[in-house]
Design a protein around this ligand. Structure first.
Ligand SMILES: [Zn+2]
Length: 397
């Protein structure tokens, strides 16, 4: 199953294109739609009727008018279905059911080891989906789309992980096909950092064209928003900054097998391991954050140093890509006062002045919900793309 191109070339002013104008608030009356598209009022009326019939828009009442009968305002019906989303990390998962505006209606978070393999993990996800649908009083028929994030590179068009290093059994596994027997809705799959970047960008930085979201959790990854779109690269591996060489020290051995990777110095797992070697109780990135919060001087210094190393590696990306905003998320970013101070130092010490002049470096505001939010937006933007809406209406005609 191939994912249809989300935007296609819809006819200008098609019903799907009108829905886009209404959703964006660019034109919300029939007269405005006619003005913006240049189409005849009668054509607009016909296409708006089709959207009304399918429950995609509703008439929200009269707008303020200078006289006469106020024109009827059209509003997007965010309850015209739901999307199911899952954000699967290395050891933790979050699932949610969202309305068509991307607002979570119910959600669950739990420990889940991705190394259990696709059948066990997706089985767990599917059971939670059923529970969540029941909780919000919806059925499988209401599901318009499914969005899934996984902690590895993904071939986006087919929804298959590509040689994911920490996901045994998942290589080339067709995640959309697994769901196809259970739901008659399109399934979109992307890397976990990409869905975080999409969520944070959509909610807080939509006017920003060029943004990097750096996730510092167990490992380190980077989601790239270029010209307002997720940039995945040729094989879905763009932004894999965790394995940039950050030191020549032969003792720094990475889980990828190479020496001196950024992640092996500054990733949450590496920090936890070093704290454990110094006698602290630390098994994972969340323990590192706990020690920082408790004021443990060694942990604080270590996170700040990790930030600086990360910043020095990011300086190359800043010079190369010239982002306007860098968002820092992931477990370790919970200790953002220390981490971001280090990241700023590292970037400013190594980047060109022009590239950093207006550069904003901030913590991820959606926190651990950035992933499910982005997965919902990924699914919604696909099913409500003008071309997809036109196909839906044509199929029903
Ligand atoms: Zn590595």
């Amino acid at each position: 199953m191939q994912v249809q191109p989300p935007t296609g070339p819809p006819a200008p002013g098609s019903a799907g294109a009108l829905l886009r104008l209404i959703r964006d608030g660019r034109a919300v009356t029939r007269a405005e739609l006619a003005r913006v598209t240049g189409l005849a009022r009668s054509t607009i009326a016909q296409r708006v009727d089709a959207l009304l019939e399918h429950g995609l828009v509703y008439e929200a009442g009269g707008s303020a008018s200078t006289g006469g009968r106020p024109p009827m305002v059209l509003a997007f019906n965010r309850d015209a279905g739901v999307v199911l989303v899952a954000d699967l990390g290395a050891t933790h998962a979050r699932v949610a059911v969202s309305d068509l505006a991307g607002t979570p209606l119910a959600e669950r978070a739990s420990d889940l080891d991705i190394a259990l393999g696709p059948d066990a993990c997706l089985g767990w996800v599917s059971e939670r989906f059923q529970e969540l649908l029941g909780e919000v009083g919806r059925s499988r028929e209401d599901v318009r789309g499914i969005g899934v994030g996984v902690p590895g590179p993904v071939e986006f068009d087919s929804g298959r992980p590509v040689s994911p290093p920490i996901m045994p059994g998942w290589d080339d596994f067709a995640i959309p096909e697994w769901f196809a027997d259970r739901y008659g809705a399109p399934v979109l799959v992307d890397n976990d950092v990409n869905i975080m970047a999409r969520g944070e960008h959509w909610v807080h930085w939509r006017a920003t064209e060029h943004l990097l979201l750096v996730k510092v959790g167990t490992g380190i990854g980077c989601g790239i928003v270029a010209d307002g779109h997720i940039h995945r690269g040729a094989r879905g591996a763009a932004g894999d900054i965790g394995h940039i060489r950050a030191t020549d020290d032969p003792d720094v051995v990475c889980r990828c097998g190479n020496i001196g990777c950024l992640e092996a110095i500054a990733g949450g797992q590496a920090l936890a391991q070093r704290l454990a070697e110094s006698g602290q109780e630390a098994a994972n990135s969340r323990d590192v954050v706990r020690l920082v919060r408790e004021g443990h001087a060694g942990a604080i210094r270590m996170v700040r140093d990790a930030g600086r190393t990360l910043g020095e590696a990011l300086a190359g990306a800043v010079n190369f890509f010239n982002p306007a905003v860098i968002v820092v998320g992931g477990d370790i970013a919970e200790a953002h006062a220390q981490l971001l101070a280090g990241v700023r130092e590292g970037i400013l010490s190594r980047s060109l002045p022009l590239a950093t002049r207006d550069l904003t470096i901030v913590p991820c505001r959606l926190g651990d919900r950035a992933g499910v939010t982005g997965a919902a937006i990924m699914a919604i933007e696909h099913v409500l793309a003008p071309g997809a809406v036109d196909r839906l209406l044509q199929a029903a005609a």
